[in-house]
Design a protein around this ligand. Structure first.
Ligand SMILES: Nc1ncnc2c1ncn2[C@@H]1O[C@H](COP(=O)(O)OP(=O)(O)O)[C@@H](O)[C@H]1O
Ligand SMILES: [Mg+2]
Length: 354
């Protein structure tokens, strides 16, 4: 167990690292952020920082020496960096999980191998693959296998579309083509799993996206209890299959026929779990800290229902209204430039439970 006073090393300096560092501070831990950009959102609230590239072996070695445990705040940290660190320090979740979750093909192969339902998909490495797959899958979405987020690196296609042009536009050597799901709604299940294998899950939530970016999360999702239980069970099974220590978010589609298909995994705190900061006994960020330090997990019970709204790009100007609203909790990430599509903060509106 790493006791309060210990140092948690975090790969990545974005808002997820920031909110993890704030939760860590509440429990008396210090955080050391490793990230290529100076003055990142996480660094602004952490006691130590290393500004270096993820392939800087000397910087990684010094970082490993300076921390008691390592975690990461987004899955696009090179898995090689996590693997190098794992030789010196415990890394949670383990680097093999990063390898699976940062490659959409590997991730879906993993899910299928463990009997988890997903939409139909094909691995694509050239125009011929794409033409063939498109004629089989019909209306679909072409996604880069790696490095995509917030809907980036995705092209919607239908049979008859120009496969050569689409492939050239994606600028990648490996992609996935996924059959488009005509979903009733999108939900996610967020849970934490401790070093001892104990799991604590939050109630499944509904996610609404605009232009591929999460706009709102409604907690809890307005779905039948049996469906919520199924989503929870799927997420638990995946966490066990991964051998995860940390936090896992499972994004899912609920189809119009009532099926649950897994869309993607995030082995870290997730945007759809931000509401837990203000509405639950222990937030997803506190759970990550507890899990990687070997503390017992906290309670995921919620005090109230909540709706989380992302402040994206120029939306951040709404902070003036949000800060004056009685039941709204405002979170800003300390980012300077409100670029289009950039997550600048979020507001959680709390609703007393009926
Ligand atoms: N196969 C699909 N069918 C229907 N909608 C999809 C599909 N894949 C992605 N989407 C839509 O695009 C959003 C973003 O895609 P996702 O695969 O989750 O990538 P990202 O890593 O950018 O979040 C999803 O939340 C969903 O709204
Ligand atoms: Mg997603």
């Amino acid at each position: 167990m790493i006791e309060p006073g210990g140092v948690i090393g975090i790969l990545g300096g974005g808002q997820l690292g920031r909110m993890t560092a704030l939760a860590a501070a509440n429990l008396g831990y210090r955080c050391h952020i490793f990230c290529p950009e100076a003055n990142s959102p996480a660094m602004q609230v952490s006691s130590r920082a290393t500004v270096a590239d993820y392939d800087d072996a000397a910087a990684l070695a010094r970082f490993a020496d300076a921390v008691d445990v390592v975690t990461f705040e987004f899955e696009n940290v090179p898995a090689t960096a996590a693997a190098v660190l794992a030789k010196h320090r415990a890394v949670h979740p383990r680097p093999e999980i990063l390898q699976i979750c940062q490659d959409r093909v590997k991730e879906k192969d993993f899910l299928r191998a463990h009997g988890v339902g997903t939409t139909d998909y094909r691995k694509i490495t050239n125009t011929t693959d794409l033409t063939e797959a498109l004629s089989t899958l019909g209306a679909s979405i072409l996604k880069t296998a790696r490095w995509g987020y917030d809907g980036k690196g995705q092209i919607a296609l239908k049979p008859g579309d120009d496969a050569t042009a689409a492939w050239a536009r994606l600028k990648t050597d490996e992609a996935i083509l996924e059959a488009r799901v005509d979903f009733a709604c999108e939900i996610s299940a967020v849970l934490a799993r401790g070093i001892d294998g104990a799991i604590a899950s939050y109630v499944p939530v509904e996610n609404r996206h605009t232009d591929g970016i999460l706009a709102n999360t409604v907690a809890p999702a307005a779905i039948a209890p049996s469906l919520a239980a199924r989503a929870d069970d799927i997420a638990r099974r995946i966490a066990v299959a991964l051998g995860l220590v940390g936090v896992l978010a499972v994004e899912m589609f609920v189809t119009k026929s009532g099926d649950v298909l897994v869309n993607e995994l995030a082995p870290r705190p997730h945007n759809s779990g931000h509401w837990t900061i203000d509405a639950c006994v222990a937030s997803q960020f506190e759970q990550l800290v507890r899990a990687v330090c070997g503390l017992p997990l906290g309670s995921t019970e919620r005090y109230c229902d909540a709706v989380m709204t992302n402040l994206i790009g120029a939306d951040v100007a709404m902070w003036r209204d949000a800060v004056a609203e009685p039941n709204a909790k405002l979170h800003l990430y300390g980012k300077v430039d409100a670029l289009p599509g950039r997550k600048m903060g979020h507001v959680t509106r709390l609703k007393p439970r009926a």
